[in-house]
Design a protein around this ligand. Structure first.
Ligand SMILES: [Zn+2]
Length: 238
């Protein structure tokens, strides 16, 4: 049934230019205090220091917090006690680290822990070993953290949540209106949200599992090899 649901979500998302929610039942536990942390293992084994991960997280936080009409205020939380391989993710955390994913063409994966209102972002070690590119790393991480707060892919090419060609050669200098709309929809500032909800054209995909999986493929390499392709599967991390 999940594959059918995802198929429907894909078809629908191709026909809309608005943001998409993967799982209507998922959101961060508390958007005012949610922390983005480096996972216990980080990316040290891949030659990427914690300070470089922190730089990416800080960039992503500044990007996603730049929505005055939303109460989302992510904060950097240092190194988490949790590993990417732990069965549960601590409440209200998005943890970021590196690990092995099934293909070098997969850049990263985000997994929700719906019950804890938390998420984990796994950057694929195969992609970053030996070919580290800071903009690719930060752009992909920001996109993945967008999944971590509850957004899925957008058909708007200006959105950092786009699944279309996106080389991340230059990081976006500001957050797109589509990304802002998604953040406001998920975490409205109650005083300014009035009247917004009724006009929103988002699509909420259906996902019945406690954990949702989003696997990224080729986002950083689309502009290089000229192929527009996204692989999305329900796969466990290990
Ligand atoms: Zn994605």
């Amino acid at each position: 049934m999940k594959k059918i649901y995802l198929g429907l979500a894909l078809l629908t998302s191709l026909e809309t230019s608005a943001f998409v929610l993967l799982n209507p039942k998922y959101e961060l536990q508390d958007p005012d205090t949610a922390k983005v942390k480096i996972s216990r293992e980080g990316c040290e084994a891949n030659g990427i220091s914690n300070s470089k991960i922190e730089a990416g997280i800080q960039w992503a936080i500044e990007f996603w917090n730049d929505v005055p009409e939303s109460r989302l205020k992510l904060k950097y939380g240092g190194v988490s006690s949790a590993s990417l391989t732990d069965s549960r993710i601590p409440q209200n955390e998005i943890i970021v680290g590196c690990g092995s994913l099934p293909s070098i063409n997969i850049l990263g994966a985000t997994q929700h822990d719906r019950d804890n209102g938390s998420a984990r972002v796994k950057m694929n070690e195969a992609v970053y070993t030996g070919s580290y590119n800071e903009n690719n790393f930060i752009g992909t991480m920001t996109h993945e953290i967008g999944h971590g707060i509850g957004l899925y892919h957008s058909n708007d090419p200006a959105s950092i949540m786009t699944y279309r060609e996106h080389g991340w050669v230059d990081l976006p200098s500001y957050i797109s209106q589509d990304d802002m709309d998604g953040v406001i929809y998920l975490y409205p500032n109650e005083k300014s949200a009035e009247g917004f909800m009724g006009s929103c054209s988002s699509f909420a995909g259906d996902e019945t599992a406690d954990f949702s999986f989003i696997i990224e493929a080729l986002l950083s390499f689309l502009s290089v090899i000229g192929v527009s392709f996204i692989l999305r599967k329900l796969l466990p991390f290990n």
